[in-house]
Write a protein that binds this ligand. Structure first.
Ligand code: SF4
Ligand code: SF4
Length: 68
């Protein structure tokens, strides 16, 4: 599993240049694609840093794997 981003909730905070989740991810697992944020699943370590910074609560991480 990996962090799941709900495109219905995401408002692209910070604009397309610096979304908070992209800035927050220590593994560079979130990238911009077609003006949306997407998670590269094999890079994601389910740390939930992105979920913590998302102002729209658009990111969920499988709870069993949250590491802190
Ligand atoms: S859960 Fe952690 S590793 Fe995965 S996308 Fe979010 S910040 Fe990056
Ligand atoms: S932090 Fe949340 S609202 Fe901001 S770009 Fe990422 S998913 Fe969207």
């Amino acid at each position: 599993m990996a962090a799941q981003i709900d495109p219905e909730k995401c408002t692209m905070c910070g604009g397309i240049s610096r979304p908070l989740c992209v800035e927050a991810c220590p593994d560079s697992a979130i990238r911009l694609q077609d003006d949306r944020v997407v998670v590269t699943e094999f890079l994601c370590e389910d740390c939930n840093e992105c979920g913590c910074v998302c102002p729209d609560k658009a990111i969920s991480v499988p709870l069993a794997k949250v590491t802190f």
